[in-house]
Design a protein. Sequence first.
Length: 625
Amino acid sequence: MEIVDVSIIVAYVLLTLFVGIWVSKRASQGLESYFLGGNNIKWYYLGLSNGSGMFDVSGTAWMVGILFLYGAKSFMFMWLWPVWNQIFVMMFLAVWIRRSNIMTGSEWILTRFGDGKAGRASHLIIAVFAIISTIGFIAYFFEGVGKFMAIILPWNIPLEFGDVLLLTSEQSYALIIIFLTTLYTIKGGMFSVVATEVLQYIIMVVAGILVAGYAFFTISDIEINSIISEEWKNIFFATELGPHWSSKFQAFNDLIDTEGYKMFGAFIGMSLFKGFFASIAGPVPSFDFQRILSTRTVKESAYMSGFTNLVLYIPRYLLIAGIVVIALVVLAPEMSANPSLVGDDLEIILPKVINHHIPIGVKGLLLAGLLAAFMSTFSAFVNSGPAYIVNDIYKKYFKPEASNKHYIKASHLASFVVVGLGVFMGFFAESINSLTLWITSALYGGYVAANFLKWVWWRFNGWGYFWGMLAGLLVATFQFVLDQNKTGFTQDTVLYEVSNMHVIYLFPLIFGFSLLGSILGTYFTQPTDMKVLKSFYKNVKPWGWWKPVYDDIKTEDSSFEKNDNFWFDMMNCAMGIIWQSSMILLPIYLLIRDYPKTIFTLIVFIVTSIILKYTWLDKVKKIPN
């Protein structure tokens, strides 16, 4: 590490701390100011902040690994999250959510189920889910940033007491970065988070452009095409994955066969099945939910969500594709010649490329950009998670009357507790990949059924929501325990088979248990009060099975019209998924010098942008403030 690179990183950290603490005074006016920025932050700043928060270093390392191994098809692996839930949010969910005028995702639940026992049960379970998922993501970041920093930085800093190793070097680095990020996040709340994330976004974009430019101008077309095959460039697939690499890179073909995605048609089918329900269920109660609630108006919530998609994918994939192109030329021959180097931990490709193949100066900016990616995502979660502890549990059930100063102090304490629990969990995480799969497939699998039904079915009530969420969380937690202890089970037993099954294929089981809990909890209890349902339906106006509620409203207000836009919204979502996919593939095809596919993808991006201008943007402009 040269002094220039170290100086850039140190300057970035100091600048981030300065900006975060400088704007923190604005967060002391109350909980709404602390967690939502007082609904006074402009939508494009929130969009940049939201995009920055999704640009995390652990996810970037994972995406580099799967693009390297699977080629252009790897963009479909993003459907595990699924990334196009942001398209559904952009098209209609942001507007539905923002109309509530509340502070958190669990407080929003009370507008759907009322403030009785059933409503409070549903309110409490979603708050618990938000806290658990925040802790899980902090563990995910702890694992990722520690591994990344230990490989990149030249100093070995384990913590030892005599002959006892207390902290590895990876854990020491992770704790240092987490402490610095927590410091300004707790101090300034949403104002500090947004201000620093806009700064971090600019740094990440500059780093991405520099790396992409370096890869484009220093590596020739011939070098790239001598490595990758036509199948590597191809986004289309059959039921099974064929060889992606030539025979001289057989080690990579063998790795694909053992990764669990060989039956690619089934994998994509399961991802689409999960993705549809997960996307309509809406964003989990996390930082993007908070950004929607932080916008100034309903119209701006839609603008912010669309802008997030626009600013995130092209810069992110310029960086990812740039790293992969370098890795293909300088690492692939070495790795294929020595099969022992081809392990299942492809996340180390990112730091290896940065360490040995990025020039001075660019390396410092890239490291600052990736550090910014970590800090922005981490700070977003640290801001969103404690809101549920303080606003939805402490304030509602323990101390409803207190000063703003008291609640701000409680928020600081809650932040430290959430970070501490996340770090503790991170010590026991097997890998970034295991945490990714648990969060995306198991934990979120338990979230989907109840949150899908809450939008579309009038009879679904608070007890149904509570039991559906609880069943999903219990099954997801059971799956995680099995996965962490799978080496201890005897072969050919049920527990062994379940613990070794790819978690995406367990989604229907988790979804089924959650759906069963939702339906039984609903039909064994009384419906939600009609006054609550009418208030919710008139305000939010979702589509779905709301006929009894609509008929009741219609007798009182003959001018009221129901929402019949389901198929129109679905058409827009399909168009949006193509639009989003083109922004992922465009940098990839450009940097691997497949110019015909680059031009075709650019045309797709332009055409879908024009269509969405008429079918989405013009429609949003007509929404009253």
